[in-house]
Design a protein around this ligand. Structure first.
Ligand SMILES: Nc1nc2c(c(=O)[nH]1)N[C@@H](CN(C=O)c1ccc(C(=O)N[C@@H](CCC(=O)O)C(=O)O)cc1)CN2
Length: 286
């Protein structure tokens, strides 16, 4: 039976450090501020946004919420982003994804000032990550890396298989593992013999968004498994992208769902917001 990588416990430890950092910064007269923008009434997004607001309160970050109707136009959202880019109380801006169909998400993410890009999704920050000089890192992949670090595993020379190639998780987490000298394979819907690829992996990062798609018997004995999937099955049950019980029989360490990567996503958002505020403060005094 494998060791559980407890995202809640790791998140609590890092959030305490962030709270201390916020206190120090506030003593200099700068309160970190995060604008949380939600368009529409997607139930999961509403839950995530509430969790982000509560997490901000808990560590002393000021959060300003903008809940806009589902029929908001792209131009209206871009006007709000422009206003927030110029708001001195706001150091980080996050637009909850997904956005309604009439809005081009890429255009919106590109409109956020790269200096306030708490989600790390702006092409400037993505480019910095790609060249190995990250500024703001996307929160979920960043959280995954912190969890891997907590296991004490050295990624250098390890075979890492990332299942999923989204801009939010798959691609950036692959870049981050590459930066740590892992040999990285990104798998996706056109990958031939996914099972064989996963069977060869020392580390499996599942970010495909399909309930229990990665079978337990694909996991190599002693591998580390990070499950990014948060899939709702039926009324209340949440499952990951990996068949947890069977995978846990073989893995050296594995993340649960819930209580694994999810809490780390919000923690790294707090971290990025504090970083943005610190950089603002040092620009102001330069
Ligand atoms: N602007 C963004 N949009 C989205 C992001 C993001 O990082 N930035 N990621 C996801 C959703 N997400 C954050 O927004 C998110 C998903 C899951 C969790 C989480 O803590 N999950 C819990 C379970 C919570 C539940 O009961 O539903 C867990 O896994 O333990 C936090 C944040 C898409 N959009």
């Amino acid at each position: 039976m494998s060791k559980l990588i407890d995202g809640k416990a790791i998140a609590a430890k890092i959030r305490a450090e962030i709270a201390a950092g916020v206190t120090t910064l506030r003593a200099t007269g700068v309160t970190p501020g995060l604008a949380v923008v939600l368009v529409g009434d997607d139930p999961a997004s509403q839950v995530y946004v509430s969790m982000k607001e509560k997490a901000c309160r808990d560590v002393g970050i000021f959060s300003d919420e903008y809940k806009l109707p589902a029929e908001t136009s792209e131009a209206e959202l871009l006007a709000l982003i422009d206003q927030l880019n110029h708001d001195p109380k706001i150091h980080g801006i996050l637009v909850q994804l997904p956005l309604p169909k009439q809005i081009d998400a890429d255009k919106v993410l590109e409109a956020i000032s790269p200096l306030k890009d708490a989600d790390g999704f702006h092409p400037y920050n993505v480019g910095r990550l790609a060249i190995g000089k990250p500024t703001f890192r996307p929160c979920t992949p960043y959280g995954v890396m912190v969890m891997l670090q907590e296991t004490g595993l050295d990624l250098a020379g390890k075979e890492v298989v990332v299942v999923g190639r989204s801009n939010i998780v798959g691609k950036p987490v692959a870049l981050m593992c590459l930066q740590q000298n892992a040999t990285v394979t990104i798998c996706h819907s056109k990958t031939r013999d996914l099972a064989a690829k996963v069977r060869a992996a020392d580390v499996v990062i599942a970010a495909v968004g399909r309930p229990e798609m990665i079978k337990g018997d694909w996991i190599k004995e002693g591998a580390v498994v990070i499950d990014v999937g948060v899939n709702r099955v039926g009324e209340k049950k949440l499952v990951g992208d990996v068949e947890f019980a069977a995978a846990a029989e073989r893995a050296a360490a594995i993340t649960p769902v819930p209580g694994g990567v999810g809490p780390m996503t919000i923690t790294m958002l707090l971290y990025n917001t504090l970083e943005a505020a610190k950089r603002f403060a040092s620009r102001a005094t330069a």
